[in-house]
Ligand binder design. Structure first.
Ligand code: FES
Length: 350
């Protein structure tokens, strides 16, 4: 529509001078003021304003659709699906879809807001005089009046289609973040509280990979063991070893001071977790006269003849003991799992 077709009463009053200008004959740098306001087509033609309103609503609606597509991507595309997309080449269908849909959802919110501001909100520039930081009461009242006028001019209350679709788009976008929580991985459940040890699992010598027999363990020696069935090429080998690794020593039964330790031993052979209860280093230094073991990381020292009690250093808990016995083949076996969690900070987590 040209300006000739616009009803005369809709045309704005022409302004001959720039508003806000301050002039003074003796001021060589007079403030030129702001340029005269030029009305946009939407200011004078309600049909153009309606078109802009629909365009803004369309963009907010597209944002909502994109967010829904983002969520649907998690359901539709398997994690390992690879597709060829020019010019990117072979990409993960899930990652590509998530990136595109989330990008579009955010883009359309931004584009809708910009189009709304450029075509429908007031574009009259106003010059504010500098004034003391503490505003006069009448200035505050003016600010409130300007705010109310701005809210009215933006059409926020009047243009319900825009307002409602914008609320919808803004409400849906955070759902993308909620869906991403799925990628944090499975819950640990009871995995942190248990190890591979269980009733009947044989103790395997970590040097020979053969089942340990009581006669293999002599007084004064230190032997490391792992559970039967744990393969070195298993994908979770390190994880399982980090929880199940054992130190085996033989102590004269009369030298064992702790009653429970004596009952859980087999003929003086005791099995303790090799994982330090300070921050989880593997313990490997054994002093055969005192039955003390020393963690090389921060020098925590445990007395293996007294329930692996901490006698020095920062560790806060004794090493967990594994109850052991001998099976019908004469091999050492576990009689259950550890009764306490092995390792370090897990103690504090409960
Ligand atoms: S990890 Fe053993 S003392 Fe710190």
């Amino acid at each position: 529509m040209s300006s000739q077709e616009i009803p005369e009463e809709n045309l704005p009053v022409e302004q001959d001078t720039a508003h806000g200008a301050v002039s003074g004959a003796d001021d060589p740098f007079a403030d030129p003021g702001l340029p005269a306001h030029k009305p946009r087509i939407q200011d004078i033609d309600e049909r153009a304003a309606r078109r802009s309103e629909r365009a803004v609503a369309l963009m907010f609606t597209l944002s909502m659709v994109s967010t829904i597509a983002f969520i649907a991507s998690f359901v539709v595309f398997p994690v390992d699906k690879i597709v060829f997309i020019w010019p990117f080449g072979h990409v993960s269908a899930l990652n590509f879809s998530l990136g595109v849909t989330l990008g579009l959802a955010l883009f359309f919110i931004g584009a809708g807001a910009v189009h709304w501001a450029r075509t429908l909100m007031s574009d009259v520039e106003r010059a504010a005089e500098r004034h003391p930081i503490e505003a006069e009461p009448e200035v505050k009242a003016q600010v409130l009046a300007d705010f109310a006028a701005g809210a009215e001019e933006s059409g926020f209350g009047r243009r319900k289609l825009i307002r409602n679709t914008m609320f919808g788009a803004l409400a849906l976008v955070p759902l993308s973040g909620v869906v991403l929580l799925r990628d944090l991985g499975p819950m640990p459940e009871k995995k942190l509280r248990s190890t591979m040890w269980g009733k009947g699992k044989q103790l395997i010598n970590m040097n020979t990979m053969e089942p340990l027999r009581p006669e293999d363990i002599v007084v004064g020696s230190l032997t490391f063991a792992m559970p039967e069935g744990l393969e070195e090429d298993a994908h979770d080998f390190q994880t399982q070893m980090g929880k199940a690794a054992l130190m085996i020593v033989r102590i004269e039964p009369d030298d064992i001071k702790n009653k429970r330790e004596r009952e859980w031993a087999h003929e003086g052979i005791v099995a303790f977790s090799k994982i330090c209860t300070h921050v989880g280093c593997p313990i490997s230094l054994y002093e055969q006269q005192t039955h003390h073991v020393l963690c090389p990381c921060h020098q925590s020292t445990f007395d293996l003849s007294d329930g692996a009690r901490v006698i020095f250093g920062p560790a806060g808990h004794p090493l967990p003991q594994l109850r052991i016995g001998v099976n019908t083949e004469g091999n050492l076996e576990a009689l259950g799992d550890f009764e306490e969690p092995v390792g370090a900070a897990f103690w504090e987590r409960g």
